[in-house]
Design a protein around this ligand. Structure first.
Ligand SMILES: C[S@@+](CC[C@H](N)C(=O)[O-])C[C@H]1O[C@@H](n2cnc3c(N)ncnc32)[C@H](O)[C@@H]1O
Length: 322
């Protein structure tokens, strides 16, 4: 019996690996090349992102944490008691710690694709908060979430900080918000961090730090792709490019090829890069309170309350299914 389960799990891991490889190959062979931002995150990518969060230029994490800390009592009151708090893309589970003590959810479920990093963070969190059930899930955040039986009837709230929603194009963001609404159902909610539109200079600086950590993070997507595809694309032949596109209200990150070069992948596909050709790696859309709440409303989520800092850099918003 155990053996059957193990074989099934192995097959699933193998199939998932094939899907990820195909996703990478499709992106690298596309007319306009891209790598999905989820490929930033292996062990190294998660560590680099932790460093980014400490950078003086990178205002989002700092500002969001100060909002969560400052307004934790108002947030706890809005979200209510005995909830199940689910965090897709939880990373190092740092931000949730600003509100856990005050909110005291029955269960906290961090979800992340960077499995090793996630389980280590969840283990430390369980020691720190023994009165909360910590139930970590290593999976894609769009996968179906199984709530533990003991908490199936509790109200559910998705915690989605970091303006990770900004990584989606607006139509994809709407799909994700609809997925959230279906997941939490009646009585459920969404506590979300949303980065706000602001001066181009502040935004450009935030994604082009002087120590080059964001550049390393960006290049890590390609290093991770090399590992998964078992190939040797020369990452030294690429440059980090990031800028705010004011027309589209988004940061764009790319890896720009410095020269012409080509590689065989999987004995089947050939990937060719020309000089100055770019691989798109990330968008980070910036919103106003109004533009974001209008989109959420289309997904069936009603803005209950929001909090912003004095410099109007970042927002934390609370929505209810309604
Ligand atoms: C920008 S970090 C944000 C971390 C944290 N939520 C915060 O605000 O500090 C994004 C996190 O999402 C995870 N992630 C990215 N794509 C994912 C996906 N498709 N499914 C699950 N997790 C994902 C990454 O591993 C990473 O830890």
């Amino acid at each position: 019996m155990n053996q059957v389960v193990a074989t099934t799990e192995l097959n699933t891991v193998f199939e998932e690996c094939l899907i990820l490889k195909q996703e990478l190959i499709d992106g690298l062979c596309a007319k306009e090349k891209y790598i999905n931002p989820k490929f930033f995150y292996d062990e190294m990518g998660s560590q680099l992102f932790e460093k980014i969060m400490q950078l003086p230029e990178y205002y989002p994490s700092r500002t969001e944490m100060s909002l969560l800390e400052k307004y934790k009592h108002e947030i706890a009151e809005a979200l209510g008691e005995n909830i199940v708090l689910i965090e897709p893309g939880a990373g190092n589970c740092e931000k949730v710690q600003c509100i856990l003590q005050t909110l005291k959810p029955k269960c906290y479920m961090p979800i992340d694709i960077s499995a090793g990093f996630l389980f280590e963070c969840a283990r430390k969190l369980q020691t720190k908060f023994p009165f909360i059930k910590i139930h970590a899930v290593a999976d894609d955040m769009k996968a179906k979430v199984e709530i533990p039986d003991a908490f199936k009837n509790n109200n559910k709230v998705i915690f989605y900080p970091g303006s990770t929603i900004g990584n989606y194009k607006p139509n994809e963001a709407l799909d994700f918000l609809e997925h959230v609404k279906d997941l939490v159902g009646k009585g459920g909610g969404l506590l979300i961090g949303v980065d706000l539109q602001k001066d181009k200079e502040i935004l450009d600086a935030a994604y082009n730090d002087e120590h080059g950590i964001t550049a390393l993070f960006n290049l890590n997507a390609l290093k991770h792709a090399n590992k998964l595809l078992d190939c040797k694309i020369d990452t030294n032949l690429f440059e980090h490019v990031a800028f705010y596109n004011e027309d589209q209200c988004r940061i764009e990150m790319h890896l720009e090829s410095k020269t012409e070069h080509a590689y065989n992948i999987d004995n089947v596909s050939r990937v060719c890069f020309s000089e100055f050709e770019r691989i798109h790696t990330e968008y980070s859309y910036k919103y106003t309170i109004e533009s974001f709440s209008n989109m959420a409303e289309k997904a069936g989520l009603k803005l209950e309350k929001y909090w912003i800092d004095d410099n109007e850099l970042f927002s934390v918003q609370y929505y209810k299914v309604g």
